[in-house]
Ligand binder design. Structure first.
Ligand SMILES: [Fe+2]
Ligand SMILES: [Fe+2]
Length: 403
């Protein structure tokens, strides 16, 4: 169902501005659905390699107040030095875009030095003092409230999440970013009843809301959030129930990552229309990380310090043949393009030490562009003079290979 364009008020619902390639798609989908959101959320990780004033120009046509959403800041687990550097960088973005607020997550990416495949739920019993101190610094440096998104729990410690967030909010004055689908996933996994959130939701009105799609992990059967599919009925019903009893500031639909224009317009219209009418550590993420991120079944020993994108290169053995080396280089480049490490560079050149084999991985720099992979190049584009990780040389640059 496509709703007729509205001419007067702005609307609550908008797609997540997830990536550069999607920006024109999001605008066309909103126009097709007749929606004019008053707030749009920029997924900063996928834009952070760009100059903030250039991004301000890119989002200006949406005609909406911007909020910044961050996943990989790792603000709970980085060193004080790294946290300080991140905040200095984020402050420049805040000055350029003047977002209504900045939002982040209560999760961590590493366990004993190993980057896990998906963010892990923190240990609520032991974290309050440290997290509260980090949140206070985060807010003071950005001079605005920090919103924290609830985690889609899969393990027993999820039961403590509402009480932890309430205590954190009481201490720091931070705010809740309520992801309906994350909360639903936690309930479906038997970790936290939706009703446990009621007091916090009542106190946090008007609510900043996310909605996405419930999916299922193919490997372990856990319920998970799947932002690559279409809107699901259970999330929509939970959202409608929420809106019936609470004031909502805005809703970000996160099912926009890979949607094409027509499907996205339909989902946004459906959300808009629906609102109008009415404690044990979980080791499975580590197993998934080994399979998907490190391309191995066993934890590499020792795990030396490395960036996330270098994970596929870490576990390579002496027995690796050309096919495996190439596959690991490709996977490292894919992860680099996703910018989990928030690098500001636009080009990665990667060369094997053992073979005349190189790749270039180039991030998008303008709206409508997509990232590029150049290679395999049967040559050594780098040498020992460049940075090295295990049996590879690499260089991160702000140049282009195909210019
Ligand atoms: Fe998020
Ligand atoms: Fe979310």
């Amino acid at each position: 169902m496509i709703i007729s364009p509205v001419s007067d008020a702005t609307t609550l619902v908008s797609p997540s501005l997830n990536n550069l390639a999607g920006l024109p798609v999001y605008r066309r989908a909103l126009a097709r659905a007749g929606l004019r959101p008053r707030v749009v959320e920029l997924f900063w990780d996928n834009f952070c390699h760009l100059e903030p004033y250039a991004v301000r120009e890119m989002v200006a046509p949406f005609g909406a107040r911007v909020v910044l959403h961050i996943s990989n800041s790792r603000f709970i687990e980085t060193s004080q030095l790294a946290f300080d550097a991140y905040l200095t960088r984020m402050r420049a973005w805040v000055d350029a875009l003047d977002p209504a607020f900045v939002s982040d997550h209560l999760y961590q990416f590493t366990l004993d030095g190993l980057y896990c495949d998906a963010p892990l739920e923190i240990d609520y019993e032991r974290s309050l003092d440290h997290v509260a101190a980090r949140v206070a610094t985060y807010q003071a440096r950005l001079d605005r409230p920090l919103y924290l998104e609830n985690y889609a729990s899969t393990c027993p410690r999820g039961a403590s999440q509402p009480a932890f967030l309430a205590a954190l909010i009481a201490r720091t004055g931070c705010r809740l970013l309520w992801d309906v689908t994350n909360a639903l996933v936690a309930e479906l996994n038997g970790r936290c009843d939706l009703r446990a959130w009621a007091p916090l939701l009542a106190a946090q009105q008007p609510l900043a809301v996310h909605v996405s799609e419930v999916g299922r992990d193919r490997l372990d059967g856990d319920f998970r959030v799947d932002p690559h599919g279409a809107l699901d009925r259970s999330s929509l019903h939970a959202l409608v129930a929420l809106a019936r009893d609470h004031a909502i500031d805005h809703i970000v639909y996160e099912g926009s990552i890979t949607s094409e224009e027509g499907a996205l317009a339909t989902d946004l219209s459906e959300i808009h229309g629906a609102l109008e009418r009415p404690l044990r550590p979980d080791v499975r993420p580590i197993a998934r990380a080994l399979r998907r991120r490190y391309l191995t079944e066993h934890a590499p020993q020792p795990v030396e310090p490395h960036a996330i994108w270098q994970a596929p290169l870490v576990g390579m053995t002496d027995a690796a043949d050309r096919e495996e080396i190439e596959a690991r280089m490709r996977r490292a480049g894919e992860m680099w393009l996703e910018n989990h490490d928030l690098s500001p560079r636009s080009l990665l050149v990667l060369t094997s030490r053992d073979l005349p084999l190189s790749f270039g991985f180039q991030r998008a720099r303008a709206a409508g562009e997509t990232p590029k992979t150049i290679g395999p190049v049967p040559d050594r584009l780098l040498s020992e003079a460049d940075d090295a990780i295990y049996r590879f040389w690499f260089s991160e640059l702000n140049e282009t290979l195909d210019g």
